[in-house]
Design a protein around this ligand. Structure first.
Ligand code: ZN
Length: 70
């Protein structure tokens, strides 16, 4: 499989869905936790959080996110 080929965004048919990874609370990497359209005009995204799937949440810049302290 060609690693440079990602699924085409079904919303805009222009961008590609790029897999994003995250790190869990234990420091373990979570691969492909979210998929985001590569077209910023589109902004389609899908995420998995705590086993639930979230479709098309607004994309935050990250500046408004404060680190979670547990
Ligand atoms: Zn798109």
């Amino acid at each position: 499989m060609d690693n440079n080929t990602w699924p085409v965004c079904r919303k805009c048919d222009l961008g590609q869905l790029l897999p994003l990874s995250d790190f869990g609370s234990q420091g373990a990497s979570i691969h492909y936790k979210a998929w985001v359209c590569s077209d910023p005009e589109c902004g389609f995204n899908i995420k998995i959080r705590n086993g639930d799937v979230y479709l098309n949440e607004p994309i935050a810049s990250g500046a408004s996110h404060s680190p979670r302290i547990r």
